[in-house]
Ligand binder design. Sequence first.
Ligand SMILES: C[S@@+](CC[C@H](N)C(=O)[O-])C[C@H]1O[C@@H](n2cnc3c(N)ncnc32)[C@H](O)[C@@H]1O
Length: 179
Amino acid sequence: MASRPVSGPQIRVRTRKDLARQRRARRHRCWDHIIAAPLWPLYDVNLGTLLRTCDAVGACLAVPRLPWVPGALDRGNTLRGPSCVHWVGRDVCQWLERQRAAGTRIVGVELAEEAVRLGDLPAARERTIAVLGHEQTGIPPEALDLLDTAVEIPMIGTGKSLNVAVAGSLVLYRLAGFI
Ligand SMILES: C[S@@+](CC[C@H](N)C(=O)[O-])C[C@H]1O[C@@H](n2cnc3c(N)ncnc32)[C@H](O)[C@@H]1O
């Protein structure tokens, strides 16, 4: 049997300078194609995490105009310059209804019987909103009726669900066609 080489391939971690050269010099404009929508947010740290993922995949973030949300986004925005944020009025279901009527595909990120598994979710070919649920109670029933489809991320551990920003980030990467 051939013995394993003593050392593997040489892995060189990219420097910050390398990364800066490979990234955009300026923020992307609003492509308005993939939109992450944590419509019932509870914890500001999750909004900051989602904002970073949106920047990475070229998506926008849609959030309700609650008094604490602008401050939470400012604190969570560790990127250069402002990000693409769509402000939603207090009636988030009405907003979803309008988006759907205008032809946008509404994908619920949720643990649901009828959900497709993440690996079977195709990349977004049309304008798509990924709806994320409340951190404790999930997507409310009145909003479930407005979804075109739901996607669930498989889990085999003891936890009942993932952190909402982790779940949203995985789905955004999939919708963007990066994984
Ligand atoms: C912490 S979970 C909500 C709590 C959950 N409904 C419960 O009763 O335990 C918050 C949100 O994260 C998303 N989420 C978490 N884990 C998920 C998974 N495995 N698949 C799809 N979405 C998930 C969903 O949007 C969900 O509404």
